[in-house]
Write a protein that binds this ligand. Structure first.
Ligand code: SF4
Ligand code: SF4
Length: 441
């Protein structure tokens, strides 16, 4: 029975929808004691999980029950922010009578949804740098992934997901949209942009990436939001500024005040992350980027040190991330065990409101409507690679007809990855090395 459920999840193409898209059937082949539903949604502006919980609480809980069955875990905990009152009430109703499932209410801080933070909040455990949650007896799944798992059990493949369109648009919205929907189509449904010279961030404002080809972007299994900001917005400037230019300024301005480390949530969990040390190595001693690398390995790329910690306007987070990536590429592993959790960790948490103010996002922190009856786009472009692993091999040809939910690309035998499915019924109008395009009929 466990194998049958895992096979259904594999065939449905379920991946970790809140992260990099790790295939769920691989992740769930383990034996944790605790399953955590990550419903924290901590990035500013994004409301995709909030509305998913409000509209599909039964499905999220049902997905959690399937995961409990597959893994044999003794309990599941839904970690959700207390501020999302409606979602909390809906989840409570959906959980009624399910003795293995409990609720854990979180403060409204950033980054509450970081895997390390949520595991610590729920279990009091800390995962050593470089290890995965199962080493601490946990499996963490995002709300959208659990929704997809519940659908997969009913033999419904991943064909849609909840996406927020916010920032400089006429009518910000969150909606369940087909995978492959062009972002340009979603911007039109949101009333269009309110500035001509804009940048598009795919994902949350802190951890998302600025798109260099906005007209080519489409919704994938891991797209939770699209944020439009004026090109001159400080967030866009910081994300796109030339690395060497930032380093030159840092050499002149970093005063080694240590505030970036004091605010670092991974440092406060005892994981040895010290952005000021990376800055010291790069700026004062002119050391190579790998000097003091251990101080970078536990970084989660949350950006707090940059957007809240540094009063000199520097971007320590970007340097730490760069050093970490270089270390990982060289397969350098952490040699440190977790240290003591900061006794003032709670006091050092950054409230979301403060973060939003510091980042200049207050004008965009508005009520975002839920759009529940959107017109389906005329054309979708479904990427062959929306997951960790190898791209899918197309299973259809140009000119062929496909039904919604039909498998159109699958993994080669033995490869890590996830199948892809048609999100609309229509004619295949293009097949290439990157995507399959379907025009609706
Ligand atoms: S990067 Fe900024 S916060 Fe960190 S030590 Fe330098 S000046 Fe201080
Ligand atoms: S981005 Fe900065 S604050 Fe966030 S974990 Fe990395 S070093 Fe710490």
């Amino acid at each position: 029975m466990k194998e049958q459920l895992l096979d259904k999840i594999r065939k449905a193409g379920v991946v970790g929808a809140g992260g990099a898209g790790f295939p769920a059937h691989v992740k769930l082949n383990c034996s944790p004691d605790t399953v955590i539903a990550n419903c924290a949604e901590c990035e500013p502006i994004i409301k995709s999980d909030k509305y998913l919980m409000e509209e599909y609480a039964d499905e999220i809980v049902s997905g959690l029950e399937s995961v409990l069955f597959i893994t044999g875990a003794s309990r599941a905990v839904i970690a959700v922010k207390q501020k999302n009152q409606t979602a909390v009430e809906k989840l409570k109703r959906a959980m009624q009578g399910k003795k293995k499932i409990a609720l854990h209410l979180l403060d409204n801080y950033y980054p509450a949804g970081d895997e390390q933070q949520i595991i610590y909040e729920v279990t009091g455990r800390v995962i050593p740098v470089g290890d995965i949650p199962i080493k601490a007896g946990c499996v963490v799944l995002n709300a959208q992934t659990l929704y997809h798992i519940s659908q997969a059990v009913e033999k419904q493949p991943v064909t849609g997901r909840m996406v927020t369109v916010g920032g400089e648009v006429q009518s910000p919205m969150t909606a369940m949209v087909p995978i492959g929907t062009p972002i340009s189509y979603l911007l039109k449904l949101a009333g269009g942009t309110t500035v001509d010279d804009y940048a598009m961030i795919l994902g949350g404002p802190l951890m998302g990436r600025v798109s260099s080809h906005p007209e080519q972007e489409v919704v994938t299994k891991t797209t939770n939001g699209i944020i439009i900001l004026p090109s001159e917005h400080v967030l866009v400037q910081k994300k796109t500024d030339d690395f060497d230019h930032q380093l030159m300024i840092a050499k002149a301005a970093c005063c080694q005040c240590n505030y970036c480390t004091l605010i670092c949530p991974r440092s406060n969990l005892g994981l040895g992350v010290q952005p000021h040390k990376i800055m010291q190595a790069l700026t004062l001693h002119n050391a190579g980027p790998l000097a003091d690398g251990q101080a970078a390995l536990g970084c989660c790329n949350c950006g707090l040190c940059t957007y809240v910690g540094c009063n000199m306007g520097l971007s320590p987070g970007r340097f730490v991330t760069a050093v970490r990536q270089e270390l990982l590429a060289k397969k350098v592993k952490s040699s440190q065990k977790p240290g003591m959790v900061n006794v003032f960790r709670n006091e050092s948490k950054v409230p979301s409101k403060r973060l939003i103010q510091r980042m200049g996002l207050t004008p965009y922190d508005v009520d975002i409507r839920y759009a529940d009856a959107l017109e389906t786009p005329g054309t979708v472009r479904i990427l062959l690679k929306q997951h960790i692993g190898a791209p899918c091999v197309p299973a259809v040809e140009e000119g062929g007809m496909v039904e919604a939910g039909q498998c159109i690309g699958s993994m080669a035998d033995g490869s890590l990855g996830a199948d892809i499915h048609a999100s609309v019924k229509g004619t295949v109008t293009a097949v290439n090395a990157e995507y399959i395009e379907i025009s609706r009929i």
